[in-house]
Write a protein that binds this ligand. Structure first.
Ligand code: AMP
Ligand code: ZN
Length: 461
């Protein structure tokens, strides 16, 4: 059974075959580091991480590249308003450079907490100014640019199929434009290079053949993906919001310079929304991973929640669903730790699981296969080995999990010991009585293959 993935370019499910045998180039648009990532952003990275793990499961070596946008992303996608980094700097009083450093670090910490695999390469926009200038110079040479008072723009009217990825009605957009174009010639034209204001100095600015300024947001991804993966690679990912503007513009630029649409597959994760509506970094409705951790939620429970919804459906976030994910993960961990090592995976279950993830990453159904195995009458060691295989894709770190050892008061520890002795003497009545007594004191005793286990009753730990 081939791996099948949904390609936004063709709007179809397509069999995946890599451009170069066994090697897959994967580029994922990374964070704009002017603030913390919210859990919506993180949902997209979980989807991309699962994609990478499924590619690996299929025997491919994946070169995963993620960029860090630390300059040039303006407040509005229409190239207007302030640079988000400089805005962040005004908000906090720190320099734009310090902000970029701090929020990049915070982002990496979320990345690790969610057990996202480290990319082959992180690349920062500000480290690739030369590559971006070279790219723009080639676009100019090829006749795709024009200059205005505030920057160098890409002329989208030069491409008949501009906006195909988003199925944009460019003629309609142009005819119905209500927003002021400024000096732009067409509604869909976009900035490649913006000039610094004539009367002030920006914190982040560079010299260029066109004047001092900074790169537009889209050019960094075209320039860095071409540098690290070549101008024609396998898969480009991002959130669904990138289809209409950012990815359409990345394609336009690369088409104009290299004659390719960048990637063979374009894949997009759908949004996480709050019950109140869309979550955005600029809105007040901002939930961070740390917000969940502060409420006692394990970051991997958030990962589990993401796995429980297909990446191409909207995930409506609420605390009940998150609590349910945390309980499911806890049940899974408790079952898993009881199983001994040393078994072989059950080939039939592994095949069923793979068939689900190979069908456009159908993780909800793959989780159903997982629970079938947990509840099956397969030998415990077989269940463990099988679930280990699944976890290479799920990334829940089951094998690393250790139960928090609670502080046990001395009187409880004595009762627990007594019960152990009663069990050893096969005095089941006494063992049951002590179990009840412990329960009344707020402690649960469970009998597992490794002996009896004690945990506090109220927290469920
Ligand atoms: P940004 O830091 O805003 O550039 O976004 C980082 C990534 O998160 C991009 O791939 C976006 O498409 C994605 N994204 C933004 N908002 C959401 C959301 N609410 N749900 C899922 N992904 C999102
Ligand atoms: Zn990008």
């Amino acid at each position: 059974m081939p791996l099948v993935l949904y390609d936004t370019w063709s709007r179809t499910l397509r069999d995946f075959t890599p451009i170069q045998a066994d090697h897959v180039g994967l580029y994922c648009c990374g964070p704009t580091v002017y603030d913390h990532a919210h859990i919506g952003n993180l949902r997209t990275y979980v989807f991309e991480d699962v994609l990478r793990r499924v590619l690996t499961l299929n025997g491919y070596t994946v070169r995963h590249v993620v960029n860090i946008t630390d300059v040039g992303h303006l407040v509005s996608d229409a190239d207007e308003g302030e640079d988000k980094m400089e805005k962040g700097s005004r908000r906090t009083g720190e320099s734009a450079w310090a902000i970029a450093g701090r929020y990049t670090e915070a982002f990496m910490s979320d990345w690790r907490a969610l057990n996202l695999l480290e990319p082959a390469l992180w690349c920062r926009a500000t480290d690739h100014i030369v590559e971006q200038i070279d790219f723009i110079a080639d676009l100019e040479r090829n006749g795709y640019t024009y200059c205005t008072a505030d920057g160098v723009y890409f002329d989208t009217s030069k491409q008949d199929d501009y906006g195909f990825l988003a199925r944009l009605d460019t003629a309609g957009l142009q005819a119905g434009k209500r927003v002021a174009l400024g000096d732009k010639r067409h509604a869909t034209d976009f900035a490649l290079w913006k000039f610094s204001p004539p009367d002030s100095t920006r914190q982040m600015e560079w010299d260029s053949p066109w004047g001092r300024g900074f790169p537009g947001w889209h050019i960094e991804c075209s320039a860095m993906s071409a540098k690290y993966l070549g101008p024609w690679f396998d898969i480009h990912c991002g959130g669904e919001d990138h289809i209409a503007v950012h990815h359409s513009n990345e394609i336009a630029q690369t088409q104009a310079r290299h004659g390719t649409r960048l990637a063979n597959f374009w894949m997009h994760g759908h949004f996480l929304t709050l019950d109140a509506g869309k979550m955005s970094k600029s809105g007040g409705d901002f939930v961070r991973l740390q917000t969940l951790i502060d409420r006692g939620i394990d970051p991997l429970a958030y990962r589990y929640l993401c796995l429980s919804a297909h990446y191409r459906s909207t995930l409506r976030f609420n605390l009940e669903a998150l609590d349910a994910a945390q309980s499911a993960l806890e049940r899974l961990r408790r079952a898993y730790v009881q199983w001994p090592e040393g078994g072989m995976p059950d080939a039939n279950s592994v095949e069923r699981f793979k068939a689900e993830v190979d069908q456009d990453l159908n993780l909800p159904r793959a989780l159903a296969v997982l629970w079938d195995v947990v509840r099956s009458d397969l030998p415990a060691a077989t269940r463990r080995a099988t679930v280990d295989r699944f976890d290479a894709v799920l990334g829940l770190r089951l094998a690393d999990w250790k139960e928090d050892v609670p502080d046990i008061p001395t009187d409880i520890a004595l009762l627990f010991d007594e019960r152990d002795k009663a069990r050893a003497a096969k005095d089941w009545n006494e063992a049951d009585r002590l179990r009840e007594q412990l329960r009344a004191e707020g402690w649960l005793v469970e009998d597992g293959p490794g002996g009896q286990v004690l945990r506090p009753r109220d927290t469920g730990k």
